[in-house]
Design a protein around this ligand. Structure first.
Ligand code: FES
Length: 70
């Protein structure tokens, strides 16, 4: 048997100074309770709260000073 493990729950990766990458999610619920449908295999969720596309990362974290990044 080879290849990635087969399971039905998402994989989560915390990117240092950046977003949370989630592979295999079907929906994301934001802080206001709104549910966003996920259509991509991997989504990047904002951890710095500066994204213009919350709850998704738009790369704004890269503009933050080193100490202000998540
Ligand atoms: S983590 Fe990327 S914009 Fe917030």
């Amino acid at each position: 048997m080879s290849g990635p493990p087969q399971h039905d729950h998402p994989d989560v990766v915390l990117c240092p100074g950046g977003p949370v990458l989630v592979r295999g999610a079907h929906t994301v619920q934001d802080a206001d309770g709104q549910v966003h449908e996920v259509r991509r295999p991997v989504v990047a969720l904002c951890r710095c709260a500066k994204s213009a596309r919350l709850p998704f990362c738009d790369g704004t974290h890269k503009l933050l000073p080193e100490g202000a990044r998540p």
